[in-house]
Design a protein around this ligand. Structure first.
Ligand SMILES: [Zn+2]
Length: 715
């Protein structure tokens, strides 16, 4: 839109006699040429004396664009003339909020065009699908939708083109994959140059097929009784799963019985190769390598005969992660077009189940050389890999390092646990990103850094050390080790420490558990954790229930298991009391209407009795006892408001024990749902039948009652 030029054009104004007395708004149009482009002007005026000079809004349309100018505020906007999908009514640009609630029929009377020619101009400009009889603004609205979608399509096209060019550029600057080197390395390191020696025994003879040299040979594995047999070629006796040497090429291989091989078998592995990309960037290539062994068989007189054997290595590049200075990482994925069968690279992952995952894998050693001079020169990846970590997700590592360069120091200090956690999930460790000193960065006391490094950056210790600083405590290393072993949580620990020292707390837990700290025994740690959880829970609940925890009798009970159980019961009882009080106040009509509803809904036969709920409390207790959700506020509200009712179906000989709960529609008597304990349907077939016949009876009675009422009135 040429906004400045448009603003310079004088307003069209409305003049002459007022033909539209009943209308509140009048629209007037004109064509104007701006820079040789035809523009349609639509100006909407308030139909009032003194307001016919300056419009509320000037809407300007060309073939490809549109915009709205509001003179009073001197602003341009780009909404369409009508709001999309406004609930119920029609909402036009100049409508007040009140008017927006009205229907289009009302709007047609309120907003009119000055004369016939205005509609002609609009129809002339707006060629989008339109039919006669539409509200006049709809022509403009539809045209605007088309302009907008055409614009969006062009934007999407440009965006796609840019993406494709960037992808091509990346491919162009990526080195050719050194396939042979990858296969050699993978065979040596990942497959350990594994070969198979297939064998089939026949008496004292054995036939051998070697996957390395591919040849087949026949040897004696057991000496015969004949004289000549002593001069025949021997081989040590093959045994499934054991290793031997090929009698022909001498390669070492695993014996595999021919009968156990079905055609081929193989292993698949993954590896990372990092290469320099452009000036200082890096591309991490994620490659799948497979080794497949194959045994060739032919049909012989006595079943299958071994003909030859082979092995094959293959590599497929799956993904490439590009890292460049000042750019966010970009991962390209190798895909295959299912229709043409052609391979191609794409800049986004597949969705859903076909999603390509980059996992931990081995890193090829040249990667550590290639990072020199790139943004990863100081990433310490070589040092990290040297820490006995065979498989690393290199892409995740690099991403974590880009976000948190402090990883370099952490690795060099051997805080491996923390680094491992950061690679997996940068958000899982509470850290202060903009800090550089390790103690500040990790949020621990300065003197703890060395101790944490001695623990190899174990996350258990980091969590406790962070807690120590935040709680402004000063713990001994024994205490930190103890707290790390029980995996203390901050909230409950803080409450416990209000009543006892941390040493006392740890001692008591140890006494309850009947185990010492730091034994390194899994059973001990598990037991300590369990008792710590129970004891701190007990303290927490006791406090909530108002026990005086300064009193040692409460603070340090002899039998913690029993006391813990007691507090759990008390807590639930207390919660229940609060809940019952709440629903009684909130849903009083359930109790109030009980008598009236009872008349209508009660029914019993020799086995069962069904009746409406007496009160909100009863429904809550029913839900609690049967462990289903009927005690929830939505059911209570529906019953209270008379929309649906909760009925209680019980066995006649046990009328006070909840059995089945029914929700029934108040108007139609349809069963909305019925459930027994734990959202299950006990005795389903029989009970379903029973409930259905109950409904039929209800409906009949209702009809009969209505008839009676009508008769009464008639009389
Ligand atoms: Zn061989």
């Amino acid at each position: 839109m040429k906004k400045k030029a448009i603003e310079k054009i004088p307003y069209l104004t409305i003049s002459g006699e007022n033909k539209h007395k009943g209308a509140k708004y009048v629209g007037v149009t004109a064509f104007k040429n701006i820079s040789k482009v035809r523009h349609l002007f639509l100006e909407v005026y308030r139909n009032k004396k003194g307001e016919r000079e300056v419009p509320i809004v000037r809407i300007v349309l060309t073939k490809n664009d549109f915009g709205n100018y509001f003179p009073s505020e001197n602003v341009w906007t780009s909404q369409k003339i009508e709001t999309d999908y406004y609930y119920s009514g029609t909402a036009l640009l100049w409508n007040t909020p009140e008017e927006r609630k009205d229907t289009w029929q009302m709007e047609e009377k309120r907003s009119v065009l000055f004369d016939e020619k205005d509609l002609d101009r609009i129809k002339n400009m707006c060629t989008a699908t339109a039919w006669n009889g539409m509200s006049w603004w709809k022509y403009i609205y539809r045209q605007e939708i088309e302009i907008r979608s055409e614009k969006n399509r062009k934007i999407a096209e440009r965006k796609y083109e840019r993406r494709r060019q960037a992808l091509n550029d990346r491919e162009l600057h990526t080195e050719v994959l050194p396939a042979q080197r990858i296969l050699d390395w993978a065979d040596k390191i990942q497959f350990r140059e594994k070969h198979f020696l297939y064998y089939k025994k026949r008496g004292c003879w054995v036939q051998i097929a070697c996957s390395r040299c591919g040849r087949v040979d026949e040897r004696r594995w057991k000496a015969g009784i004949s004289y000549e047999s002593n001069f025949q070629k021997f081989v040590q006796e093959p045994r499934e799963g054991e290793f031997g040497n090929c009698p022909l090429c001498n390669a070492r291989g695993e014996w595999k019985c021919q009968g156990k091989v079905k055609g081929w078998h193989g292993i698949t592995n993954h590896l990372f190769l990092g290469q320099k990309y452009k000036e200082k960037g890096m591309v991490v290539r994620y490659v799948e390598v497979s080794k497949i062994w194959k045994l060739g068989l032919t049909c012989g007189e006595n079943g299958p005969e071994m003909e030859n054997a082979s092995e094959k290595l293959t590599e497929t590049e799956i993904a490439r992660a590009y890292f460049e200075p000042d750019k966010s990482p970009q991962i390209d994925y190798h895909k295959c077009d299912p229709y043409t069968g052609e391979d191609f690279w794409d800049d986004c992952n597949l969705s859903g189940l076909a999603n390509i995952n980059i996992r931990e894998a081995a890193i090829m050693p040249e990667t550590f050389e290639n990072i020199k001079g790139t943004i990863f020169q100081y990433s310490a990846i070589k040092e990290y890999a040297a820490e006995n970590i065979r498989e690393i997700n290199l892409v995740d590592y690099m991403e974590a390092y880009r976000a948190l360069p402090q990883i370099e120091i952490l690795v060099k200090m051997k805080m491996i646990g923390v680094v491992r956690q950061l690679i997996q999930n940068q958000g899982a460790v509470a850290i202060w990103k903009n800090m550089n000193r390790p103690d500040e960065f990790l949020g621990i006391k300065k003197e703890r850094v060395k101790q944490l490094a001695e623990k190899k950056g174990d996350m258990k210790f980091l969590r406790i050390m962070q807690m120590e600083k935040r709680m402004q405590q000063n713990w001994s290393m024994d205490v930190i080790e103890g707290l790390a072993e029980i995996g203390a949580e901050r909230g409950k620990l803080e409450i416990a420490l209000r009543y006892m020292s941390v040493k006392k707390l740890l001692n008591r837990i140890s006494r309850y558990a009947k185990w010492e700290y730091g034994t390194g025994c899994i059973t001990a740690t598990a037991r300590l954790k369990e008792m710590a959880g129970k004891y701190m829970d007990y303290i927490y609940m006791s406090q909530m229930l108002g026990y005086d925890l300064h009193n040692t009798v409460y603070q340090y009970p002899k039998n913690i298991e029993e006391k813990h159980r007691e507090r759990v019961m008390e807590s639930t009882q207390k919660e229940m009391d609060i809940r019952l009080k709440e629903v009684t106040e909130k849903f009083p009509l359930i109790r109030k209407h009980y008598r009236a509803l009872r008349k209508q809904y009660i029914y019993e036969d020799e086995n069962y009795i069904v009746r409406p709920a007496r009160s909100a409390e009863e429904i809550v207790i029913e839900g609690q006892t049967l462990h289903h959700c009927v005690g929830g506020n939505n059911y209570l509200k529906k019953h209270n408001d008379g929309k649906s009712y909760i009925l209680m179906l019980r066995k006649k000989n046990k009328p006070n024990i909840p059995y089945i709960t029914i929700e029934i529609d108040a108007k139609t008597e349809a069963i909305i749902q019925w459930y027994g304990a734990n959202d299950k349907k006990p005795d389903e077939g029989k009970m379903d039948k029973w409930i259905k016949s109950y409904v039929v009876r209800l409906r009949c009675e209702k009809k009969a009652n209505k008839k009676k009422e009508r008769l009464k009135i008639a009389i």
